[in-house]
Design a protein. Sequence first.
Length: 194
Amino acid sequence: MKQGEETKNYLIAVGKDLIAHKGFTAVGLNEILTTANVPKGSFYHYFSSKEVFGLAILEAYFTQYLEELKQLFNTSESFEYKVLTYWQQWQEREIAQQGCLIVKLSAEISDLSEVMRASMQRGLEAISEFFWQQIKLAQAQGELSSQVEAEELTAFLFQNWLGACLSYKINRPLTRCFTLATQHTQKLLELYKI
């Protein structure tokens, strides 16, 4: 990787961590540059604005997220195990306050930046599509009943988990919301298990 590309990727990584913790509007350019130890000119060499920087962060986030999902689901474990492991990892990141960037940014940014909202929408659609494919595969392999619509199950699981993460942000350090979301997930998977 060229040095310039390394600097760009480093800025994205630093920005992602800061923004995931504090939010997009709470993190200023100076904080990003100071934390990254990068001059302002370097930032503007790669990103014409903070919004363009935010888009680069979202793109990198979703690319990494989908790669991690593919690694998790590319095992011989059962579909139920993979789903519950995914959800457990999501909870652990939330509790460690390294949570889902989309949970953090969705309410904050959706009304401020149409291009960033659209980027988040595309990213979530890609994740939903991945889960839909995994549900269809589990149905084809006889792990899940074909009576359940893959699209509906995908939507329910994500709404269940996103709701739990939002509830945790309000009620932390209490984790009852995660316990309930896990129980709902387990019951639903058990209901449609063959």
